[in-house]
Design a protein around this ligand. Sequence first.
Ligand code: TXA
Ligand code: MG
Length: 339
Amino acid sequence: MPEIASGQSPEAIDQAVALLRAGRLIGLPTETVYGLAADADNPDAVRQVFTAKGRPADHPLIVHLGADDLLTHYARDIPDAAWTLAEAFWPGPLTMILKKAPDVPDVVTGGQDTVGVRMPGHPVALSLLRAFAEAQRQAGKAGGGLAAPSANRFGRISPTTAQHVADELGDAVPFILDGDDCQVGIESTIVDLSRGKPIILRPGAVSAAQLSLVLGEPVAMQSAVASEPPRVSGSLASHYAPQTPLKVGDAEMIAQALQQSQRIAAIVRDDAGLKSQPNVVVLANHPAAYAHDLYRVLRELDAGGYFQILVQALPDSVAWAAVQDRLNRAAHRDGLDKP
Ligand code: TXA
Ligand code: MG
């Protein structure tokens, strides 16, 4: 099994930098979910990410940066909007899609002419990114970004603890930095700035309203404007599914189903009037708190041997859009794991 070391320890950061510089992978905590990181400028290292995840080669990775000025190494024709958003939301749970710089390896971008970039807001991720970029600089190498998808096997639930990463990937990752459980708990907002108008490809903790406010123009969700197929692997309908069938229903339906079978598990909100017990998890009726716990709870119930997981329907409000998106995907089992 992989070694798990505290991300607070300078020795652990040094060890992670050494592994990355040797072309190896490491598990990395971020404020959203854990990532599986490789040197973004080393195509052989990045290829191992795809092997470890079982991810199809045409699904692009996000490049994580420890400093804004690295943007120009990975992206070109950077619009003012990108600098404005970086200033407002980095470090934080926002990924921007920009035109890629010529030197970015094709394996990072899945052969596309764009690249996803983000500066994560987790202190361990930032200290690693800064130490890695500095080590590369001292060695006379350009770059210093880390290509990192979520550290789960393709099509499975993203990990929110170091132990989840070990459970998902086993020996495919030699070393995991532990940064406790992820504060946000669901993946970053992805906004595409490469095609003129900003478009959200994946909703997350940074909302459309926040982006619109900072940019001074409306920012739409891709689904509302899409004429071409989405380019985000996270937009596969089944992308975050647990193995246990998952169904959404109202509190009353769930209460009845629970009386009929002990092999049913449920996730409800604290307004449902149901008590927590081994097969019933009560989550806070607040989107950020709910997002923080959702993947961990899905993972735990998925391992519980239940034949179905019922989830109380979420309030129909934009505040819940990102959580709603992940729940829809988890409930959708057709074509699981198919690109
Ligand atoms: O919160 C996050 O974003 C986490 C942490 C580790 O940073 N990362 C993450 O990576 O969720 P991943 O690979 O699981 O999802 C990234 C998504 C993918 O769906 C990918 O298709 C999309 O970003 N993406 C990356 N580069 C892209 C590009 N050039 N164009 C369109 N989509 C892109
Ligand atoms: Mg993922």
